[in-house]
Design a protein around this ligand. Structure first.
Ligand SMILES: [Zn+2]
Ligand SMILES: [Zn+2]
Length: 381
């Protein structure tokens, strides 16, 4: 193993041992801040909570490129036992953010030693990605005013693609996520006397089926959205027709127009169906993640940098976007950039992200660090 690989693995394993929940990445933030300072990089801590920003300049160039890694872990008990297992009960790095941080430290090491670029790099260690609030908190704390950037790049390890590949696409690469609660307020009564009630259960049935028409009839077939009704509760009993039924669920879209259409159509259908049945409707819709939308030009730059690292034949520029979410989209709404997937599968049967058996593939650490360093060299010539 060469020195860089050894160092990357050491960082990744050290971070894997100390997983912390979103906004509580205290030991993690201290770790990355210490390592960045040891490289002679200027460090600002406490950005948007536990966020850390490292700044490194070389030459006289005035442009700046941001590179981002997420820092949070997940409240899952790790089931794998190894010499770097989680030492924090009930928490583990099940999404590979330990690897993302190690790769970004790796890029910092490569660039701080070589200084073969002309401008400024911002190493952004972002807290609380899993809830979709960390990027927002960093932005609200003045990230872009305090640390101006012209473009930003990020990456996620992906166990559905083989190790040594890098995949991306222009436009929406990861979905929005919004949650909703529909409360139908009818009038309950005796199961034998439905004519004296406004049966909230039957109204719920109409709403559940009507919502199925939104994706099939209102969303452009060339776009992607999904609506899942995931939970239903009522105040009824075996012999009591419910007066109130609550339906909860989750919606996702790859573009902001579809996201808006889903919300508007859901609201109209729920309110309209309740109205014709003489019931009241409370429709609550909360915005969790916005779509992650890649800039076309930046995707081109990312593809070029990726080809230099893994070879053109291992770069996919038209990957099928999963409908999972990622809060990197918050940065991309403010400045152009690109989010890429780093293939990490060693076999055809990898545990999925967020599995209690998940472990970031150390074989791709150099690929990720190399990709981040290359995009900086290419964009800050
Ligand atoms: Zn995750
Ligand atoms: Zn993740």
């Amino acid at each position: 193993m060469d020195d860089l690989k050894r160092q990357l693995v050491e960082w990744r394993h050290a971070l894997h041992r100390i997983p912390e929940a979103g906004n509580h990445e205290v030991e993690t933030a201290a770790f990355v801040a210490r390592e960045l300072r040891a490289m002679g990089i200027e460090v600002t801590e406490g950005v948007g909570g536990t966020g850390v920003v490292g700044t490194l300049s070389a030459g006289a160039g005035s442009r700046a490129i941001g590179l981002r890694a997420d820092m949070d872990a997940i409240p899952i008990s790790e089931t794998r036992v190894c010499d770097y297992s989680s030492t924090h009960d009930g928490m583990m790095h099940a999404c590979g953010h330990d690897g993302h941080m190690a790769m970004l430290l790796g890029a910092a090491k490569i660039l701080s030693e070589a200084k073969d670029f002309n401008g400024t790099v911002r190493f952004i260690f972002q807290p609380d990605e899993e809830t979709g609030h960390g990027a927002m908190n960093m932005l609200a704390d003045g990230l872009l005013d305090r640390f101006p950037m012209d473009e930003i790049y990020g990456a996620h390890n992906m166990p559905f693609a083989p190790e040594g590949t890098i995949a991306m696409k222009t436009g929406g690469i990861m979905a929005s996520e919004d949650n909703f609660t529909i409360t139908i307020k009818g009038e309950g009564g005796h199961a034998a006397q439905p004519h004296k009630t406004k049966d909230a259960m039957v109204i719920a049935g109409e709403i559940i089926l009507a919502i199925q028409t939104i994706v099939s009839r209102n969303i452009d077939p060339a776009c992607s959205s999904v609506i899942s009704l995931t939970e239903i509760t009522s105040d009824g009993a075996h012999n009591v027709i419910p007066g109130t039924v609550t339906i909860k669920g989750d919606t996702r879209s790859l573009d902001p127009v579809s996201q808006k259409t889903v919300e508007e159509r859901m609201r109209k259908l729920c309110e309209g169906i309740c109205r014709v049945n003489g019931a009241e409707c409370d429709f609550e819709f909360t915005y969790e993640f916005i779509p992650t939308v890649n800039d076309a030009a930046c995707m081109g730059y990312a593809a070029e940098a990726a080809a230099k690292v893994v070879g053109r034949e291992n770069v996919d520029t038209a990957v099928t976007a999963p409908l999972t979410s990622e809060d990197f989209g918050r940065f991309l709404r403010e400045i152009p950039g690109c989010f890429v997937f780093l293939g990490s599968a060693k076999t055809d049967d990898e545990p999925p992200l967020h599995s209690a058996k998940y472990d970031f593939n150390d074989n791709i650490l150099e690929t990720g660090a190399g990709f981040f360093a290359q995009i900086v060299r290419d964009r800050l010539k």
